[in-house]
Design a protein around this ligand. Structure first.
Ligand SMILES: Nc1ncnc2c1ncn2[C@@H]1O[C@H](COP(=O)(O)OP(=O)(O)O)[C@@H](O)[C@H]1O
Ligand SMILES: [Mg+2]
Length: 411
């Protein structure tokens, strides 16, 4: 080879990448984000019909001297902010009025690529943007603990200044015991979703995990207490739900994430290999927890450890996939029973992937943008309908457990 060849190739790679960035920017400027039509408004505010919702909106525009967003065809198309304004108008209390500390949910599996990050981002967007939940005006914090940074990329874009970010892991590894460090370092970042904040994670953090034992010892706390004590506790009344997205490694970071969790949610794909690895993970649970308990961890803190089926192949054409599906389902019921198995699965849908490729989830993507630029609306709507059922099943689990927390502890 000649160096020149490599240089020429590098130039072409750069040109292609810049072209892609440009396309991506065009897409972003086109995507004005999700809006709500009169049918959605009727659903959100329990108004009997779309027509009544339209009449109501017209009335409010006159009486309150406001103008709601409209689509090109002049039909109502309200932004999330406008829906929140309406919540105030209709005096719907936000979920935060319950005054509970945040519920900490950990999307966990020692197998990578099973949908931990995808499902975490979907829960965050779904609970803040879907018709069934937007009126709760929930405040969600995602703590990205995986140096791969999938959740960070999803919510903050393909950031170039990643190295400048402080993460939850750097905070835990920091020698300072100043409890307000989380605010002083401003490690919590806003995202394009006003109701979702994130503590990002960057590639460099992978090396810090081992240091955590030393720092913990110096400070006289246990590794499994570090995430809760140093990162979560100072902000736990500022959020309703905190979602942890840890990487697939049994290391100190994962221990700290378990120590901080109120609930564990594990995605399981029916595909033989992923399924097998996940079951092995559950076989290790007694050991993992025994060693935590030996160091003072209180297992009563954990409200649930549930699983859901991800990447389920609907109408699987190949007989092998059908076999995986059926067997996996039977076996999951055998292991987890009805109570620890989330009743709805997430199917394998290209729409989820396409939304993810454009830094969206099915819950944040405007239907019109998807239809214009990304793909067919029939599979999009099918994917969204099933994601909604799944989200609601997940929410039932979280909210039931959250109900048991003391109220108004933050006051
Ligand atoms: N239900 C699904 N349908 C289609 N693609 C999915 C689904 N769940 C996850 N994916 C895709 O699989 C890949 C791995 O998912 P990810 O959430 O990053 O896994 P993990 O966080 O467990 O490593 C991503 O490209 C994601 O978009
Ligand atoms: Mg991930």
């Amino acid at each position: 080879m000649k160096l020149m060849q490599l240089e020429e190739r590098a130039k072409r790679a750069k040109a292609v990448r810049e072209e892609r960035d440009l396309l991506h920017e065009m897409f972003e400027s086109d995507n004005t984000g999700i809006t709500y039509n009169t049918e959605d408004i009727a659903g959100i505010f329990r108004i009997a019909s779309s027509r009544k919702a339209r009449d109501e909106l017209n009335k409010i525009e006159k009486s309150e001297d406001v103008t709601f967003g409209r689509a090109a065809n002049n039909q109502f198309a309200l932004t999330p902010d406008e829906v929140h304004w309406l919540c105030g108008h209709f005096k719907i209390p936000p979920y935060s009025a319950l005054g509970k500390r945040a519920f900490v949910m950990n999307n966990i599996n020692l197998k990578g690529g099973v949908g931990k990050s995808t499902s975490g981002c979907m829960i965050a967007d779904g609970l803040t943007k879907s018709v069934d939940h937007i009126s709760k005006q929930m405040r969600i914090l995602i703590i990205d603990l995986d140096p791969q940074g999938s959740a960070t990329k999803h919510f903050l874009g393909d950031f170039r200044s990643a190295a400048l970010f402080q993460s939850a892991i750097t905070l835990m590894a920091s020698e300072s015991t100043d409890l307000d460090l989380i605010n002083e370092l401003s490690i919590v970042k806003d995202t394009s979703n006003k109701n979702v904040h994130i503590i990002p994670c960057t590639t460099d953090d992978g090396f810090l995990s081992e240091q955590l034992s030393e720092v913990a010892e110096e400070q006289g706390i246990e590794v499994h207490e570090m995430l809760y004590e140093r990162v979560i506790k100072p902000v736990e009344y500022q959020y309703d739900v905190i979602i942890l997205d840890a990487g697939p490694h049994m290391d100190n970071v994962l221990r700290a994430s378990i120590g901080a969790s109120d609930g564990l949610l594990t995605p399981i794909p029916p595909k033989e290999f992923d399924f097998d690895s996940t079951l092995k993970f559950f076989e290790r649970f007694p050991d993992i927890f025994t060693s935590l308990i030996e160091r003072g961890y209180d297992i009563e803190r954990l409200q649930f450890s549930k699983v859901f089926m991800n990447l389920w192949k609907e109408n699987a054409r190949s007989s092998v996939s059908r076999l995986y599906n059926a067997r996996a389902m039977n076996e999951l019921t055998e292991i987890f029973g009805e109570s620890d198995l989330i009743s709805e699965h997430l199917p394998e849908e290209e729409a989820y992937q396409r939304c993810a490729d454009n830094q969206h989830t099915i819950f944040s993507m405007a239907q019109s943008t998807y239809g214009k630029e990304l793909g067919d609306l029939i599979p999009f709507n099918r994917a969204k309908a099933q994601a909604t059922k799944w989200l609601n099943a997940v929410w039932r689990t979280i909210s039931l457990a959250h109900q048991k927390f003391d109220s108004n502890g933050g006051k």
